[in-house]
Design a binder for this molecule. Structure first.
Ligand code: GLN
Length: 483
């Protein structure tokens, strides 16, 4: 039995009785045990419960009882999304032993459809980073070359899907965290329109820009997961009332007659040569399928990294103020308790990147600098939104490389935060403007490393965006992960 199958293939094998859920889950656990020491995708693995649940789904299946549409599919969940009874650490020492009392809405929706949570995936601490090197539990490794970073912050999610340690995963995308690991690990990663998927139970980093998003091996699997997780949630007032779209139906509609814009500011300077060649190739493939391709300029992209890090850090500094080790935390002792000393001791347990963001966020919000930084960043955001709105009057989709460069060695950029921040230049536009975006695996470079292509659409156009991504996916035939 092959583990490297899509979610859609998994469902038909189980439905036709060709494999049992228990067999598949047991094999997935064997795989996890065989490869985890090489790739470190997981912080927590829930093998025993997973097998128990698998038997239950098999039993329902045999008795011809109604089962959920995900039929026992093993999934991994980024460890900043709450799972009742299974710890949610955010890859932080500060939440090392935290067990949430409830499931995030996205998790309970997956469970209602009989998905099996096989483990919690590694991430950069509190989802701040682009490489998964900032995890308190150590970095995840890129399965295409384990000396290289897998992208981030949902690196564990990307790695778990690409190294066949689950079928699908949920990550979170505040500035590219689903799409970056998807691109670096040769899997598909999708950030939905802001407000389409509930954030209830997602540990907040920057509320105004983030969404939970799926990672999978195939675009059609993303559509399937979206059918389960999208829609209004009374626990999250930012979710839209509009529901019931079927993202799977008609996914093969193609791109004939569609207009596609190549974003100039995301393809020029600073983009690796092989990455830009791949992007041009993707454009011509879309053209061969009947799309019309034109260049599109979004000037505000130039200021987007500065605006993003100002806004995201400001929100982070406010969100992370709650970790005082009184309401959440670890056993620390209160001997000689004195408020300031206590708080500073407790808060020194955050890692270096989270600390940097909290300091930066507090600074840009401080009385003397608010207008100069935070307010200005919000103006850039508004300008980006109006430029994106204009662009979508001319085209149906935008295209750009997901990441400007290919995966690089672990440790290579860890001491240079600015270099790391600049890697987000192509992904953050979707977050700051709220639009949906998807990374599709497109090529394996001459050095054996993955290159992903990003497609973006106007708000709530996910159905046609997934159709375009599917069309692009059908033009490529990529090798499976090398071990
Ligand atoms: N790299 C970006 C950051 O560190 C994106 C993170 C994310 O999307 N969670 O903020």
């Amino acid at each position: 039995m092959k583990l490297g199958i899509s979610a859609t293939e998994y469902l038909s094998l189980v439905r036709n009785g060709e494999i049992s859920v228990e067999e598949f889950v047991a094999k997935t656990i064997d795989r996890i045990q065989a490869v985890e020491n090489k790739v470190h995708a997981y912080i927590t693995i829930d093998a025993e419960n997973a097998l128990d649940k698998a038997r239950l789904v098999d039993k329902k299946n045999r008795a011809k009882e109604k089962t959920g549409i995900l039929l026992g599919m093993p999934v991994s969940i980024k460890d900043n999304i709450c799972t009742a009874g299974l710890r949610t650490t955010c890859a932080s020492k500060v939440l090392e032993d935290f067990v949430a009392p409830y499931d995030a809405t996205v998790v309970s929706r997956l469970k209602q459809q009989d998905a099996i949570i096989i483990g919690k995936a590694n991430l950069d601490e509190f989802a701040m980073g682009s490489t998964t090197e900032f995890s308190h539990f150590g970095p995840s490794k890129n399965p295409w070359n384990t000396e290289y970073v897998p992208g981030g912050s949902s690196g564990g999610s990307g790695v778990s899907v690409s190294s066949l340690e689950c079928v699908i995963s949920l990550g979170s995308d505040t500035g590219g965290s689903v799409r970056s690991p998807a691109s670096f690990c040769s899997v598909v990663g999708f950030k939905p329109t802001y407000g389409l998927v509930s954030r209830y139970g997602l540990v907040s980093y920057a509320n105004s820009i983030e969404q939970v998003g799926p990672i999978a091996r195939k675009v059609e699997d993303i559509a399937l997961v979206m059918n389960v997780i999208a829609g209004h949630d009374p626990h999250d007032d930012t979710t839209v009332k509009k529901t019931g779209e079927d993202y799977v139906a008609g996914i093969d509609a193609g791109v004939k007659g569609k207009k596609i814009g190549l974003v100039q500011q995301m393809t020029g300077d600073g983009v690796d040569k092989e990455v830009s060649t791949a992007t041009n190739k993707a454009m011509s493939k879309l053209q061969d399928l009947g799309a019309e391709c034109i260049p599109i300029s979004l000037d505000a992209v130039e200021h987007s990294v500065a605006a993003y890090y100002t806004i995201a850090s400001a929100e982070a500094s406010s969100n992370l103020a709650r970790y005082d080790n009184i309401r959440y935390g670890f056993d620390f002792g209160t001997e000689g308790y004195e408020f300031k000393a206590y708080v500073s001791k407790v808060r020194s347990n955050f890692g270096p990147e989270v600390t940097r963001r909290m300091l930066l966020g507090a600074f840009v919000l401080s009385a003397g600098y608010y207008g100069k930084y935070y307010l200005k960043a919000q103006k850039v955001r508004a300008m980006m939104k109006s430029q994106v709105d204009e662009a979508f009057k001319k085209v149906d989709f935008l295209v750009a490389p997901t990441m400007p460069i290919m995966p690089f060695k672990i440790g290579e950029k860890i001491d240079d935060p600015l270099k790391l921040y600049l890697l987000d230049i192509n992904t953050i536009t979707a977050n700051l403007t709220g639009i949906p975006a998807i990374s599709v695996p497109f090529e394996i470079s001459s050095t054996g490393l993955p290159i992903g292509i990003q497609l973006l659409a106007n708000s709530f156009q996910e159905k046609s965006l997934l159709q375009a991504a599917y069309a692009l996916q059908q033009t490529v035939n990529l090798p499976e992960v090398p071990f």
